[in-house]
Design a protein around this ligand. Structure first.
Ligand code: HEC
Length: 149
């Protein structure tokens, strides 16, 4: 008994706590998205968004955004203030490149991730589709559209 008791006292709560943590992440866990229907881009990273304005990319990007980004950056790409409002990012090649590298690398501060890196989760096709979707949301707001164009 003296050997088993500590296991019961300390081991049991631990084994219970681990699945609870996994569950707590639930559908917030990053997930790959199916980009069937978009032109495949190969292994070399593009510096600008090849899908700009592409309706299929907007559709795929909306789903990819809602699964992976909305919990921090807000539903419909409207930030609730927890993370930057991505609709405010300007259009054009330099910001396209910035977007791709930021999403792949995530955001770290003081050694902790404030945003997870998506490099092993999302293909460049998926990331460009999300960029296309966010631009389409920005275009719905005339004040924003004037700012980012
Ligand atoms: C866990 C929360 C979280 C998730 C999930 C998340 N982000 Fe972020 N993101 C942040 C935070 C916080 C920042 C600001 C980081 C900083 O300032 O250091 C940020 C910054 C960014 C930036 C830079 C914005 C700027 O104004 O410079 C981009 C681009 C971005 N995120 C895109 C995405 C995309 C696309 C997804 C989904 C694929 C995503 N993020 C998922 C929290 C998150």
């Amino acid at each position: 008994m003296p050997r088993i008791l500590p296991l019961l006292v300390f081991g049991l709560p631990l084994t219970l706590a681990v699945p609870a943590l996994v569950l707590a992440h639930g559908d917030g866990a990053p997930q790959a998205i199916d980009t069937t229907g978009l032109d495949p881009l190969g292994a070399e990273m593009r510096s600008s968004n090849p899908y700009e304005g592409n309706p299929k990319a907007i559709e795929i990007g909306a789903s990819g955004y809602n699964k992976n980004c909305a919990r921090c950056h807000g539903l419909d790409a409207k930030s609730g203030g927890m993370a930057p409002d991505l609709r405010e990012l300007e259009k054009g090649e330099s910001v396209d490149t910035y977007f791709l590298t930021r999403v792949q690398g995530g955001a770290q501060r003081d050694g902790r991730y404030r945003m997870p890196p998506f490099i092993d989760i999302l293909s460049q096709e998926a990331i460009w589709a999300i960029r296309t979707y966010i631009e389409s949301e920005a275009a719905k707001d005339p004040a924003l559209a004037a700012k980012v164009n």
